[in-house]
Design a protein around this ligand. Structure first.
Ligand SMILES: [Zn+2]
Length: 241
C-alpha cells in the first residue's frame, strides 16, 4: 500500500542515475537492505545537500509507491563521519564493511543487530581512522556472522564436542574441530583461535590484533563459514596496512 515511511538508515552505495538523480542502497534496522531514488540530489541547490553520500547515517522519510524503489522525500544527518572520508584506510574499511553487509543480506531481510554493528564500525573508523586494517575488517566480519546467526562454534569441536585438541577449522562442520575430526578441516593455530574468540567476545573498538599468519587463518575460517552457511563469497580483506 503506497505511503510514507520514516526510518534511520546507512547509505551503503550510491549510483548516479539520469541527469541529476541517485539510486541509493540503504541498510535500515527494520527493513534491512532497501533501494531508493533521490531525485535532483546532484543539483547544487538540492535540499538534500551532501547528506546522501556513502557512509552517511541519516534519518529518512521515504515514499513507498508500487515500484521496487522507494523515493527519498526527507533526509537529516545523524552522523556524517567526516574524518573517515579523509583517510584512505578508513574509507577502504568502510567500503568493505558496507559491501559485506550488502552481499550477505538480501533485500527484505532485516537484522537490527547488523544495523547497529555497521553503525558502530563506521563510527569507530571515523573516531580512530588508524584502526582500519586487516584485524579490524576481520573482527567486523566475525561479528557480522554472529549478528546474522552464523557464528562459528569455537568452544568445542563442532563435530564431536571434544573441548581439547582443537587444531583445525571446518566451515562445513560449523567451527573448530579436534584432531580426530580434522579430515576436511584446515589448520587453525591457537593465535587464530584466540583472535576469533576475542573478536566475538569484545566490542569492535577493543578487538584484538594477531600476527599475519593467524589473521590469514581467521580470514579463511570466516570466508568458509560464509560460503557454507550464507552461500556468499567475500573479497579477501588483504594484508595489513
Ligand atoms: Zn571432534
Amino acid at each position: 500500500m503506497p505511503g510514507s515511511l520514516k526510518t534511520e538508515g546507512i547509505v551503503i552505495r550510491s549510483l548516479r542515475y539520469g541527469e541529476a538523480d541517485r539510486i541509493l542502497h540503504l541498510y535500515t534496522p527494520d527493513r534491512g537492505r532497501i533501494g531508493a531514488i533521490a531525485k535532483g540530489v546532484r543539483r547544487s541547490r538540492s535540499r538534500f545537500g551532501g547528506r546522501l553520500e556513502p557512509y552517511f547515517r541519516v534519518n529518512l522519510v521515504l515514499y513507498e509507491g508500487r515500484g521496487d524503489l522507494l523515493t527519498v522525500t526527507g533526509a537529516e544527518t545523524v552522523a556524517a563521519h567526516p574524518r573517515l572520508r579523509e583517510d584512505a584506510g578508513a574509507l577502504d574499511g568502510a567500503a568493505r564493511a558496507c559491501e559485506a553487509v550488502a552481499r550477505v543480506f538480501d533485500d527484505g531481510d532485516p537484522h537490527a543487530g547488523v544495523y547497529h554493528l555497521l553503525a558502530n564500525q563506521l563510527a569507530l573508523l571515523d573516531r580512530e581512522p588508524e584502526r582500519a586494517g586487516r584485524a579490524n575488517a576481520l573482527a567486523f566480519r566475525v561479528k557480522l556472522l554472529l549478528a546474522a546467526g552464523f557464528a562459528p562454534q569455537l568452544a568445542a569441536c563442532a563435530s564431536c564436542g571434544d573441548r581439547e585438541h582443537l587444531v583445525g577449522f571446518s566451515g562445513a562442520a560449523g567451527g573448530v574441530v579436534c584432531t580426530a575430526c580434522e579430515a576436511n578441516a584446515f589448520p587453525l593455530d591457537q593465535k587464530a583461535h584466540d583472535f576469533l574468540l576475542g573478536a566475538l567476545g569484545r566490542p569492535l573498538a577493543e578487538a584484538p590484533d594477531a600476527p599475519p599468519r593467524a589473521l590469514a587463518q581467521a580470514e579463511r575460517a570466516i570466508l568458509e563459514t560464509l560460503e557454507h552457511h550464507a552461500h556468499v563469497r567475500l573479497r579477501p580483506v588483504g594484508p595489513a596496512r
